[in-house]
Design a protein around this ligand. Sequence first.
Ligand code: BES
Ligand code: MN
Ligand code: MN
Length: 455
Amino acid sequence: MEQVLSTLRQQQPKHLETLLELLRMPSVSTDPSRKGDVQVTAEYLKRHLEQIGLEQVTLHATKGHPIVTAEFCHQPEKPTVLIYGHYDVQPSDPDHEWITPAFEPDIREGRIYARGSSDDKGQFFTHICALEAYFASGTELPVNVKVLLEGEEEIGSPNLAPFLEAHRDWASCDMVLVSDTSMYGEDQPSITVGLRGLAYMEIFVKSPNRDLHSGVFGGAVPNPANVLAEIISKLRTPDGKIQIPGFYDDVLELTADEKAAVDALPFDTKEYKKAIDIKGFTGEMEYSVLERVSSRPTLDVNGLWSGYQGEGAKTVLPAKAGAKVSMRLVPNQDPNKIAALFINYVKQIAPENVEVEVREHHGGWPVVIDLNFEGIQAAARAFEKVYGKEAYFTREGGSIPIIADFKRILGADSVLMGFGLTKDGLHSPNESFSIRDFHRGAEVSATFLGLLAEV
Ligand code: BES
Ligand code: MN
Ligand code: MN
């Protein structure tokens, strides 16, 4: 193991260089004009995986963006780990808010600023670096490893579950290893044991056949923007109770032990407020802030459009209005059932004098990880060795839809070994990732693979 870790340290400058190269590629999965860039990124990764010594490196075309797979399986007696990551990124907008351009990685105060630095290129690449160090140091890889990199996580992984169904044998494994979550705090590693699910909806309200003069027509003609606001106000009460009938039916409350574990985590609400500049909190006051952002279901408007958006005023009665609304789900809520309840409820509260349409976007199941499998123990020990601190076990509010599918299709539990921080600014302008955590992450990964072979 020492041999691998010292090779890792020698290779640090090279690993950083390659990551920066990867970050220069604008692999924005949602943007059709970036399709070529996503493809180029996948091809680059394929070449890189071949170069470091992985085998059976393959680029699989899908209906959307490609999936890259590789493997190194020469330990029939040892466990098999499937390393999963996503090389696609979120759009960089609003671009003018970036201090340096999103796809021209810049290093400032030990952090790499670039879209995808933390979510997820910098994170999944830690494992690739660990593998490279094993191969380069001439140390036998102690377990079997399969690598699965997709380019569609940020759009809900529409083609990955079908891929797993079609390649069950190839993908079979004892556990999945994922770095696409956050640590609890700086220098405080954590293993994520719960993720929220997602149901993402869009509401469209249409009324007159064109935009109208709001003085000439306002008063008797229904205004889609007003109607939309009324609909939205009926979805959730100010104290965070979602008003959709049946919404809470399947929600599992935390057990007393789980609640105690959340309460035991250090959490400074003042610091939290300061970091994002908010005046106060919202939601279910009977739950702690930490519970509200990780273990409770939510409903949030993610986008809202109607009427005149330009500078100054325009007296217009808009013809259309729309809202993107997402709900974060917790065990055991079913995203399909929740989407159906949402559609029914909106149809029911919609007034008859306008046209209301509801569309469903992507969704995903919530996840809870069973703490009693060897991967979790090995991950905890690996974190402790590298960070010198015991890892916390935490639930996180974000979603990684494919994790539930790994369990459903492959029967495999996941080790969610995040190296990011809340302050990394995922999906925000000036996303960043700590270089130190990038390198420590690779050490945790290498150590983890070594420990797994011992159990
Ligand atoms: N890596 C994130 C999810 C995440 C972030 C989990 C932080 C835990 C902590 C992932 O790339 C992501 O952004 N997922 C989306 C869902 C997807 C269907 C668009 C999300 O959570 O909004
Ligand atoms: Mn991610
Ligand atoms: Mn993301």
